[in-house]
Design a protein around this ligand. Structure first.
Ligand code: G6P
Length: 611
């Protein structure tokens, strides 16, 4: 993870970098720092959030037209001032920031120690920097040459930005596995981990590819591969607006993003779901219909919240398309030598499109001949580019670390995909196809209904905020929603929470039930309803507190539950898009009531680019 920003041009570099770091803080926020180049390198760094760095430099002279900045999510070395980036090389001539991990840093460090190098931090980054310095010293060539040699010898992932006293206008950047975008201005260039620090200055960007080095000056951008061959930069136009990455009057990004869901789900469906003409227009599916309908099986690979979207997709695809589906944690799939054959379709789900576990899992599946379909939110991201085909979720930038609107966007895409494939295969009839399209089409309005008055959910959150544990239970399509509800609560409020299939509860978790345990049931009206009513009774008989997500107009569940959060009625296949919303709000309000930073929960990062 980690966020990186660089600037070279006619403006003051520090304000551009600082603002950029604040926008990238979702990527890591345990320490931050900047290096500015103006008559020599100056480095300022501080443990804690970017605002603490800002406060610590108010009395400094920060004038410079070139600089690099970093906000960190610690991998090697605890969060501290000295482990914060940028790092300076032993000679003080080079400064560098890095997002990623250098796996063979120990052996390199040992060699450098033998040569007399010293290290001020515990980071792998400082090792790589001095390795570059050492190569340059021994070979006598340019910094760019030394970097190229170093990159060929290291194992791991990186996006690095490097500045030096000897090149007072130049930032040298390189990437493998961690994202890098370069914004092109008039007589200036901006470098960042994603486009959010760039969009207020320019909409023209270049996404740097793996194994590329960029030499960036105010008036010049040169891209080369590791073989020193020039590459043509491919300029893309950003289509996001500044407002999309600002809070817009909400207290937190998370609340803003929960509230955006009627529009983001609508944006996802718009132009694709056409119930009036009985069509679903998805080019990624349409152009690969044979590969998808004839798939021997589908394997969904994802992490975190995206993995929960995958679990729901498993139920839906098996039901509507009769194709066997497996859902895998990307990190496990990657390392356990899975059987992947030609004819398998791998569906990768990722909000950021940069999650290292997912990316690496896909690379190996691709090598084995699988067809990769990406369901991604971040346009132009690594997973989007690696996929053979795909569909964007069009949820807009998601800044809150805990995923909300991206999840409902993923569900909307996956449901449309399943409907389209099932209909093409003939595994669903016309009536069901049209019915489900209409049901999906009404989701934005129904989410709006849930969001119209959230005071009851806030009250429930305040009532239970001091509980030590929560249990979340659901069946069928709502089982993954129970998992997601538990994950959200853990992430935001630091309360221990477990999600379980409601029926599985009696095989263990029921031992936890007592008066103080809140049990959240996702108990909407579906084909499992009668069964879940019995499960609620089993909890009540043991004096557990029941909080239910129930369907408006249902009388039975509300008569048994201690507290109820209502959602509109919907076909069970689209119901998860609704039942997740009260759970997002519940965790949000619990986190706020406990006084936590819900947008930046401790230890987490939004884009996890370490394996
Ligand atoms: C991190 C985030 C989660 C997210 C997961 C997968 O852990 O904190 O919110 O669900 O990564 O991220 P992706 O971008 O691949 O969906």
């Amino acid at each position: 993870m980690c966020g990186i920003v660089g600037y070279t041009g006619h403006r003051e570099a520090y304000p551009v970098i600082l603002k950029g770091l604040k926008r990238l803080e979702y990527r890591g926020y345990d320490s931050s720092g900047v290096a500015l180049l103006n008559d020599g390198l100056k480095v300022y760094k501080k443990k804690g959030k970017v605002v603490e760095l800002e406060e610590s430099v108010v009395s400094e002279n920060l004038h410079a037209h070139i600089g690099i900045g970093h906000t960190r999510w610690a991998t090697h070395g605890e969060p501290s001032d000295r482990n914060a980036h940028p790092h300076l090389s032993n000679s003080g001539e080079l400064a560098m920031i890095h997002n990623g991990i250098i796996e063979n840093y120990v052996s390199i460090k040992n060699d450098l120690l033998k040569k007399g190098y010293t290290f001020k931090s515990d980071t792998d980054t400082e090792v790589l920097l001095n390795f570059i310095e050492d190569i340059k010293k021994n070979n006598g060539g340019t910094l760019e040459e030394a970097l190229r040699i170093a990159l060929k010898r290291i194992v791991g992932a990186y996006c690095i930005l490097l500045i030096s006293n000897e090149n007072p206008e130049t930032i040298i950047a390189a990437r493998k596995g961690s994202p890098l975008v370069i914004g092109i201005g008039k007589g200036e260039h901006f470098l960042a981990s994603d486009a959010s620090p760039i969009i207020e200055y320019t909409k023209e960007v270049v996404y740097v590819n793996d194994y590329e080095i960029a030499i960036v000056r105010p008036d010049e951008l040169i891209l080369k591969n590791l073989g020193n061959e020039k590459q043509t930069p491919f300029i893309t136009k950003l289509d996001i607006e500044l407002a999309a990455i600002e809070k817009g009057g909400y207290d937190h990004f998370m609340l803003k993003e929960i509230n955006e869901q009627p529009e983001t789900i609508y944006d996802c469906l718009r132009g694709r779901l056409l119930p009036d003409v009985g069509q679903i227009m998805m080019a990624g599916v349409e152009n690969n219909l044979a590969a998808l309908t004839n798939a021997n099986r589908m394997v969904i690979v994802a992490c975190g919240t995206s993995w929960h979207a995958g679990l729901i997709a498993e139920y839906v695809i098996e039901e509507l398309c009769r194709i066997p589906v497996e859902v895998e944690y990307a990190s496990e799939f990657r390392y356990r030598n899975p059987v992947v054959n030609k004819g398998d379709v791998i569906i990768a789900i990722s909000q950021s499109g940069e999650t290292a576990d997912t990316l690496v899992a896909l690379e190996s599946a691709k090598q084995k001949g699988a067809f990769i379909f990406g369901v991604v939110n971040a346009v132009g991201s690594s997973i989007a580019r690696l996929s053979d085909a795909g569909a964007y979720t069009h949820s807009g930038p998601e800044i809150g670390v805990a995923s909300t609107k991206a999840f409902t966007g993923q569900l909307a895409v996956l449901l449309m995909m399943a409907l389209k494939i099932g209909y093409a295969k003939g595994t669903i009839d016309d009536e069901r196809y049209i019915h489900l399209m209409n049901e999906l089409n009404t989701v934005p309005e129904k989410v709006k209904e849930i969001l119209a008055d959230t005071s009851n959910i806030k009250r429930i959150a305040e009532k239970y905020k001091d509980a030590n544990d929560f249990l979340f239970l659901g069946r069928g399509y709502n089982f993954p929603i129970a998992l997601e509800g538990a994950l959200k609560l853990k992430e935001i409020s630091y309360i221990h929470a477990e999600g379980y299939p409601a029926a599985e509860m009696k095989h263990g978790p029921i031992a936890l039930v007592e008066e103080k345990l809140p049990v959240v049931f996702v108990a909407t009206k579906d084909s499992y309803y009668e069964k879940i009513v019995s499960n609620v009774q089993e909890i009540k008989a043991r004096k557990g507190k029941v909080i239910a997500v129930a369907t408006f107009a249902d009388a039975v569940i509300p008569s048994m539950a201690d507290d109820v959060m209502f959602v509109p009625d919907a076909d069970e296949i689209v119901a998860p898009l609704l039942s997740v919303v009260p759970l997002q709000l519940l965790s949000y309000y619990v986190g706020v009531a406990k006084g936590y930073d819900v947008d930046k929960p401790r230890n987490l990062a939004k884009s996890v680019t370490v394996e």
